[in-house]
Ligand binder design. Sequence first.
Ligand SMILES: [Zn+2]
Length: 307
Amino acid sequence: MTVKKIKVVTTVAPITSIVENVAGDKVDVAGIIPEGINSHTFEPIPSDSKLLSGADLIILNGLDLETPTLKLAQANLKQGASIYSLGDKTVKEADYIYDFSFPKVQGHPNPHLWLNPEYAMRFTTLVRDELARVDPKNKTAYEENATKFLKKLETLDQAIKDASVTIPPQNKRLLTYHDSWPYFARRYGFQVIGAVQPSDFADPSPKEVIRLIEQIRKEKVPAVFGSEVFPSPVLEQIAREAKSRYIDKLRDDELPGKPGEPQHSYIGMMVENMTIMFEALGGSTDALKKVDTAPVAGAHADYRRKD
Ligand SMILES: [Zn+2]
């Protein structure tokens, strides 16, 4: 006899990975936002309503990251199904960060909570409890998986702490293209000195470009960071003129490797980011090399790719 699995739809790949770790093979998990796509402007296509209307549970980051997906989910919600937003149960409004690409005047907080592993731990316990509520027959499995995953997240957190203290203090400053690191920075003592991408995700103005070049020169920032999802000729030009290194390999919601490979996971993404970032800022990445990245109960989720 086959037992019917519950269907859970998630949004960005790091959250899909967190849910995959807790759910193991007990749930059909599908991520709706393809990896390698701009999650901030992602609009689901009409056929995605079928995926959403079949879900027993839809798990979002929240903090206004996935508004079009949330609207389509609300319009297509199956009877008895629910929508669960992790972000507002993780940080109090007083701790929301508004900054470069997410200015307070526009009213949308910076949504990149998951890049702080402490918040990923909170996401994990929320997912564990919500899966147990929706699917009580598998409660024990969710609890066991979550316990194992939380232990791995603690190991990751400690490894990031150990590696980050090897960076010369004057280098613990981040200038990035995409504005995804403030919650990470707050936990590990980095200062985000700027994010180049304006709030409308267009290119910065020529005036802003000149200001950034001057800031990098003045503050002697050793490296500036672009991201996989947002190739930025402008940031490259800024780095060249300011005589700083340009590294375009950070990722905030695209996992490294392919589904089924051990690095294709939330932890894998963090280890890869930290290795790139800390090396460029003059730190040692030895502590990160010991971190095991594979999902605790195997690879089961359905991830979409841009291409
Ligand atoms: Zn982002």
